[in-house]
Design a protein around this ligand. Structure first.
Ligand SMILES: Cc1ncc(C[n+]2csc(CCOP(=O)(O)OP(=O)(O)O)c2C)c(N)n1
Ligand SMILES: CC(=O)[C@@H](O)[C@H](O)COP(=O)(O)O
Ligand SMILES: [Mg+2]
Length: 638
């Protein structure tokens, strides 16, 4: 279906076209932009509420600033759909997040307007500051550098590291704080309360309005007047404002809060700010999901709702004919409650993904034992370590990709001290439409090289539950359980909890000539393949290894003694992952065998469905089947 943008939007092929419009045409631009986002996302999917909330902000930024010369950096980037549409990607926007299509996040190689590649949060201020310092060094004094960061992203430690530096770097940096009181779930923490406080403080707002009036009147009259404004402003603030301002305290000139949906006001404020040098912060209040009533009402659900009917707001779901397996994340969430009911030491921790990882189930059932700590992966890990020193058994659930942020904390704070922290790494393997910033490709490799760490992956719901139960036992030390985005394979998943022997794999079937060794959910592919191959008289052995560390030495001795061809399969990087561990075992124990490792090769994989990406990487079901066929010398399938 062809989706037609509105009349004005059709005429905007770049921000230069936008800047040719009259100020009184901007309202129409924002209306058309919002409608186009609704039209396309409802049919093609993607992040939704965040982009709707910054339609006016996006339009004002590209109207006022001379992008791409002026550098605009989006934090996370899930809110940058309007930016993409205004910067030459309107007609390909329907390919957003699809295999071969444009990325759901800003990406340097996609457009000169995408100044910095994003996906993980809280990087924008650092990046924009780096750009600002470089411009200063190059003598480009008039160049503007703008970081747009949400209140959720602002809870990330990196944002504070950047403010700390930015406040003394004397560089031309504007931080736009897009405050909608939401992360994916409601935003949390003292900073959120502080921002609400500023927003609602009457004295503060009155003074702020006065300062703005003076500023607005005088700043148009050139540099001298600006110096006066600057003096008045800081004088007024220092003298009258009883309430201290966090950002002012860090040498950022603080402006706002202002209404982020008033396009004309945004434009006039930004015009003024263009003339104020140095580090400054503009606090903008917006509503996530603005303009789509249901998205405004249930902002978490509409963060990335999937496909929906834009008129009724019905989110499409296929009605299955028979009971479907649950998502792994839900098995985690429910099992947490079950385990915690039996063991009072168990606690849950998530950095800002309570609904994404389903810890929200425990947060609701046991609010004093499950915590959303904000977008703060490093803190989440060391906070868990602290809990563990006191005899608690924290389950710290972090998406595999976001755990990369907290690597030193895993090593330094947990593993060196051999603390009992269970890391549940959700979204391990290819994330799918979110693309390379979000693929959980590296965790097997980065976890298995750390002393004391156990690395496990369940093939199904029952194994996930049993691994969680096993990991919660006393003195287990650091324990990683990784599992993918999406559903498992067992509709009847509430199986009795059973202890596993750590480091023990299981034989799914004995075979001949070739052994398939799988780690985690991809083992289910091998089960199907073995059935298909049997029809052609090929009977490989299949082993669900369960643990990459420690490896099941007994089982591997058996395998290498019996077979002279081995295929390893993992949804993770081939450099240093599960297959590498098997190879090391083989060499260290003097076996010689033909080994074919399937997994994610040393390359960047873009976005697409998980299956498309797995096929590109060479470990989709057909690829595993063909690997076996090749090894036994029978024709491969195309
Ligand atoms: C390091 C990291 N942790 C977690 C996430 C997942 N995540 C993506 S958007 C988001 C919420 C961001 O909130 P905010 O910055 O306020 O933007 P909003 O969606 O409200 O516009 C989270 C937690 C991420 N992208 N990066
Ligand atoms: C932008 C971001 O980082 C999140 O919104 C992410 O896309 C969530 O991924 P899931 O949909 O897998 O929870
Ligand atoms: Mg927010």
């Amino acid at each position: 279906m062809i989706i037609k943008p509105g009349e004005l939007l059709t005429s905007i092929n770049s921000p230069a076209d936008l800047r040719n419009l009259k100020p009184d045409q901007l309202l129409q631009v924002t209306q058309e932009l919002r409608q186009y986002i609704i039209d396309v996302v409802s049919i093609h999917g993607g992040h939704f509420g965040a982009s709707l909330g910054v339609v006016e902000l996006t339009t004002a930024l590209h109207y006022v600033f001379n992008t791409p010369y002026d550098q605009l950096v989006w934090d996370v980037g899930h809110q940058a759909y309007g930016h993409k549409i205004l910067t030459g990607r309107r007609d390909v926007f329907h390919t957003n997040r699809k295999y071969g299509g444009i990325s759901g996040f800003p990406k340097r190689k996609e457009s000169e307007y995408d100044t910095f590649g994003v996906g993980h949060s809280s990087t924008s201020i650092s990046a924009a500051l780096g750009m600002a310092v470089a411009s200063k060094y190059k003598g480009e004094d008039k160049r503007q550098h703008i970081a747009v960061i949400g209140d959720g992203a602002m809870t990330g430690g990196m944002a504070f590291e950047a403010l700390n530096h930015g406040g003394v770097a004397n560089a031309n940096l504007l931080v736009v704080l897009n405050d909608n009181c939401m992360s994916i779930d409601p935003n949390v923490g003292a900073l959120k309360e502080y921002l609400t406080d500023i927003t609602t403080s009457r004295t503060y707002n009155k003074v702020r309005d006065e300062v703005w009036k003076i500023l607005g009147k005088i700043s148009k009259f050139g540099p001298d007047a600006r110096t006066i404004v600057s003096k008045i402003e800081s004088g007024v603030k220092a003298a009258i404002l009883k309430q201290s301002n966090l950002f002012e305290g860090l040498n950022f000139r603080y402006f706002g809060p202002i209404d982020g949906h008033d396009i004309n006001h945004l434009v006039s404020v930004m015009e003024d700010l263009k003339h104020i040098p140095g580090p400054k912060i503009l606090h903008v209040l917006t509503t996530k999901g603005k303009g789509f009533a249901l998205a405004e009402k249930d902002q978490t659900k509409w963060h990335a709702p999937g496909l929906f009917d834009k008129i009724t707001g019905e989110i499409y779901k296929t009605v299955p004919e028979k009971p479907q397996p649950p998502k792994y994340q839900d098995v985690f969430g429910h099992t947490m409650v079950e385990l915690a009911e039996q063991n009072e030491k168990i606690m849950g921790v998530t950095p800002a993904m309570p609904s994404g990882c389903s810890l929200n189930i425990m947060m609701k059932a046991m609010p004093d034992r499950a915590f959303d700590v904000g977008i703060a992966e490093q803190h989440a890990v060391t906070f868990s370590a602290g809990l563990a020193t006191q005899g608690m058994v924290p389950f710290c659930n972090i998406y595999s990709t976001f755990m990369q942020r907290a690597y030193d904390q895993v090593l330094h704070d947990v593993c060196l001290q051999n603390l009992n922290v269970v890391f549940c790494l959700d979204r391990a393997g290819f994330a799918g439409a979110d693309g390379p910033t979000h693929h959980g490709a590296y965790d097997i490799a980065y976890m298995r090289c750390i002393p004391n760490m156990v690395v496990a992956a369940p093939m199904n719901e029952q194994e996930l539950r049993n691994m969680m139960y096993t990991a919660s036992q006393e003195d287990m030390g650091p324990f990683t359980i990784r599992y993918p985005r999406g559903e498992g394979v067992m509709p009847q998943w509430r199986t009795p909890l059973e202890l596993q022997q750590v480091g023990k794999g299981r034989t799914i079937q004995e075979g001949e000539e070739v052994a398939i060794l799988t780690f985690g959910h991809v083992g289910n592919y091998a089960v199907d393949i073995c059935q298909k191959l049997a029809l052609d008289g090929i009977t490989p052995g299949h082993y669900d290894m369960r643990y990459t560390k420690p490896l099941d030495a007994e089982l591997l001795h058996h395998i290498f003694s019996k077979y002279d061809k081995v295929v390893t399969v993992e949804d993770g990087c081939l450099q240093g992952g599960f297959g590498s561990a098997v190879l090391e075992f083989m060499v260290d124990n003097g076996y010689t065998c033909q080994v074919k490792r399937l997994g994610i090769p040393d390359a960047i994989f873009e976005h697409g469905s998980q299956l498309e990406l797995q096929h590109e990487a060479g470990f989709a079901p057909i690829d595993i089947e063909n690997a076996v066929r090749e090894l036994v010398g029978v024709p491969v399938k195309v």
